[in-house]
Ligand binder design. Sequence first.
Ligand code: C5P
Ligand code: C5P
Length: 465
Amino acid sequence: MEIVPDIKRAVERIRSAEKITVISHIDADGIASASIMLQAIKRECIPVVSVFVRQLEPLTIQHIPHDNSLKLFTDLGSGQQNLLEQARIPPEQVLILDHHIAQDPPNGTRYFQVNAQQYGEDYKKCSAAGICYLVALNMNPNNYDLAKLSIVGNVGDMMARESCRLVGIVHWIAEDAERKGVLTARTCLNCYGLSTRALHLCLSNCDDPVIPGISGNPQAAVSLLCKMGIYADEHDNRTFEDLIPNEVKTLSSQITEQMIANGEDTERLFSEQYFFPDEIEHTPLRNASEYATMLNACGRWAIPYIGAAVCAGDRGANYHEAEHMLRHHKSIIRELCEYILETGVTEHSAIQSIHTGNKYPDTIVGIGAGLALSKLNRDKPILILSEVSDEPEIIKVSMRTNEMAVRRGVNLQEALCSAASIFGGEGGGHNIAAGAYIPKGCEDDFIRKVNELIEAQLTAHTEKC
Ligand code: C5P
Ligand code: C5P
């Protein structure tokens, strides 16, 4: 399939609409995607409204207006075409810009979608915000400023994780944006919090890779930074971004030496990070990864509109609300991660599972599971179950794994979709991260089935090799 004609067709569909409803997902990529499209559409003076849903499912589909507007689905839709068909939304009123694995609707309605997974290797690591940006750029080359949101969405969806940098078409978007002054790409230590966290905390929180003597030991990180003269004293709290190039160089070689001396692989020690020169230093909006966390904090805690307002440039009341949400989000995710590790997971032959009941919102358990996985048995995908506050009969399932497991044949989307359909639920997502909603009461049988399916995937892959 060719992307260029599909993008042009998408642009035509947008241009010919009298009004548009943008329906998007509540995570960083969903909010960034919606914001790109909302801004591009407003610049064309086409009336547009925005709807965010935690996922397209029978309850949330009711939020889609029954009118003649063009329904523009971003970061969702491809996997839920059955619901669009069921809701009798005519295909000419639909445009899907997505990157989730597509599932055909049972009655064969053809919904037009530009889905990153259809266009070969260069688009494999392109999230919905990448596709939305390509559409926006085609609508008007002046939309190049929206590349910033595209990079935030991609980084939020972990498109830079495997290679420690963005790749394929999204790397091209970043390079082009850098030429136009929208961002600066820098090689940094592969840590989180480069703009806002004191450097010793940034280093001691690093777990990909584990830095011997430093990871998990902030005091040792302070001592090292003082010894190197990067910290003036032990109360210093400079960030990575504050370092001058020479300091980055000395710190990098010191840590590399330390890794090598301990026989550790340094391959993942550095990553390309994306900074936004138009944002204020030391704020979470200054780099793509922290910006994405802020959007997740808004979306996953039911205020996606605040995140979208920040994306549209609001640095007043909405930004302050987002900052507050970010602090809250981080502290609850930390608590959830500790809860998973302290409670312990149940080990099955091919997966590990845990039920968090009603302790944490279903919208964040997947993030916690993803973080906890790096401290658990990395060979086994993690499955986390949670109650859904406004739907007592439903259980939310989230699964996370890593690239290594994917290379061994694991496909979480496939496993969750098949298992959910057996129990009357709905699933979707990617091979590496997926989710589902299932009816309450079948949890144990569901876990057993998923375990069986993953085991079968691994066996099939071994036999193929
Ligand atoms: O909406 P969906 O694509 O947007 O969500 C992606 C989720 O999958 C995010 O929570 C992200 O952290 C996770 N993910 C992951 N590893 C990847 C890609 C995505 O854990 N390589
Ligand atoms: O909710 P969670 O972060 O665990 O979702 C992981 C991935 O699975 C996301 O990409 C999400 O969009 C997708 N998902 C889905 N259908 C569901 C639940 C999650 O496509 N019912």
